[in-house]
Structure formats: C-alpha cells, structure tokens
Design a protein around this ligand. Structure first.
Ligand SMILES: NC(=O)c1ccc[n+]([C@@H]2O[C@H](COP(=O)([O-])OP(=O)(O)OC[C@H]3O[C@@H](n4cnc5c(N)ncnc54)[C@H](O)[C@@H]3O)[C@@H](O)[C@H]2O)c1
Length: 250
C-alpha cells in the first residue's frame, strides 16, 4: 500500500529539481501525477517514466493554469493534491539597482502562478470536500535576503497566501501548507551561483550555510513534501515548514 494510492496529484515545475523529485516520490507512493511544466521535452520524458500525464503549462498565465486544472479533472475525474512549485530566482541586484521587468517576471511566476493554481483547482476540491495544497516557499520568504528583493518578497507572498487560503478553506476539509527549503542543489541554485558576483565563494557559503552539514537534497524535500500531502499530516494546515537544517533557527 502506498501513502498516495488512488490520489491524483498535480505538480507544477515538475520537469526539474524539487518538482521532479516530488513527482517521482508521489508516483512511487501510488499517486497518478500530472506533470505540469513549461518544458515539454523533459516534462513528457518524466511523465512517461512515472506513468504520469504531461500538461504543458505556463503558471504565469491564468488561462494556461485554468486549462491545466480542467485537463487534470477531465483526465482523472478528481484532483486530490496540488503542489504549486514552479518558480524562478530572477536576477540578483540590490533594490536600488533592480531591473523593473525582473520584478514583474518573478512576481508573475512565483506569486501569480501560485495564486492561479489555487484559484482554478480549489473549485474542484471544494466540490469534493477534500484536497491538499502544498506551495513551495523558501527560507528567503522567512528571513531577509539582500540582493534578491523580488524573489524574497515573492516567497513571503507565497507563505502568507498559504496561511490565508488554509484558514479560508478549512471548512471544506482542504489543507494548505508551504515548504521552505534553504539551499537545494538544483538547476535554479546553479543559476543563482553562476550569476552571483563571486560564484566560488557563493558556492562555499551555501555549502556551509545550514547548521546541519551540506546542502538540502531534493530527496529530503520530497520526503517532507510527501508527509505534508499524505494522511500522516491529517490535522496540519497553514504551516510554512522550513527544510533548512536549522538555518532559520539561529
Ligand atoms: N533550489 C533551491 O535552493 C530552492 C530553495 C528554496 C525554494 N526553492 C523553490 O523551489 C521551486 C523549484 O525550484 P528548483 O530549485 O527545483 O528549480 P528548477 O529550475 O530545477 O525547476 C523549476 C521548474 O519550474 C519550471 N518553470 C519555470 N517557470 C515556469 C512557468 N512559468 N510555468 C511552468 N513551469 C515553469 C521550469 O521549467 C523547471 O522545470 C521554486 O519555486 C524555487 O523558488 C528552491
């Protein structure tokens, strides 16, 4: 018996990194997974490997997210789990020198994308009187992060949206939580390191940033995510769970 037998789970940003690890983990536990991503080739490949269903999705466009929700519902007849995970780090610059388009792009994907996911999947969950939503926040949304104003504000927005939607939808038996990883070895993190002013020292800082040794692995994030989307966390809603080896406990 898997922890997610008979469940239908949508994972956005599932073609890479954290989303891919979670999609694989949820499928191992018996879920039928909707792989939703901009990247068609990698997304289809993963869907084939895990027996999932690929839907090309741009989370920054409301009509694309609505089509993703409707395609998932018509393919499987229900949606039990939504993981709003697609996100970008954007450009690094101090606030006084920040590019205005970068602000809009990061907000469009990280905040609007998370909102659109909930906006278009919640009606199906409310009708079912059940559902679990997991949003990918970040420790950047809990602690101040210099040089990345759009990203940190976007993740703070994701965390607060999570809390508000959790309270609002609790009467329908719907749980809504967020995960807040610190530094996870993924293409997004490599982009961050390579575009920083001193990539080698940034990498070294990240390697020693968490009190627990090393960086967070995608598998550790997938394990924590599985806990929050399965019945083991049946009465947990509205939390933003750090996965950070005690980084935010300092
Ligand atoms: N890597 C880290 O250290 C870290 C830490 C904390 C939080 N996060 C968050 O985890 C999430 C996943 O990041 P990751 O590190 O796995 O990155 P990643 O770059 O490996 O994966 C991100 C995925 O999102 C997809 N994507 C990007 N824009 C999209 C859009 N508009 N519509 C649909 N899909 C889109 C990409 O194609 C990619 O497959 C992000 O929300 C990120 O902010 C990452």
């Amino acid at each position: 018996m898997g922890k997610l037998d008979q469940r239908v789970a949508i994972v956005t940003g599932a073609a890479s990194g954290i989303g891919e690890a979670c999609a694989r983990r949820f499928a191992q536990e018996g879920a039928r997974v909707v792989v939703a991503d901009l990247q068609a080739e990698a997304g289809k490949k993963l869907a084939d490997e895990i027996g999932g269903f690929f839907v090309q999705t741009d989370v920054s466009r409301a009509e694309s997210v609505q089509a993703m929700a409707e395609a998932s519902q018509s393919e499987f007849g229900r949606i039990d789990i939504l993981m709003n995970n697609a996100g970008i780090d954007g450009d690094q610059a101090p606030t006084s020198k920040s590019d205005l388009d970068n602000w809009d792009r990061v907000m469009a994907i990280n905040v609007n994308g998370t909102f659109y996911g909930m906006r278009f999947v919640l009606p199906f969950m409310i009708e079912q009187r059940s559902g679990v939503i997991l949003n990918t926040g970040s420790t950047a949304g809990l602690n101040g992060l210099p040089g990345l104003p759009a990203y940190s504000a976007s993740k703070s927005g994701v965390i607060h949206l999570t809390r508000s939607v959790a309270v609002e939808n609790a009467p329908y038996g719907i749980r809504v939580n967020a995960i807040c990883p610190s530094v996870v070895q993924t293409p997004l993190l490599n982009h961050f390191i390579e575009t920083s002013p001193e990539p080698e020292s940034t990498r070294r800082n990240f390697e020693s940033m968490n009190p627990l040794p090393g960086m967070v692995t995608t598998e550790a994030v997938a394990d924590a995510s599985l806990f929050l989307v399965c019945d083991d966390s049946a009465f947990i809603s509205g939390v933003a769970l750090p996965i950070d080896g005690a980084y935010t406990a300092r």
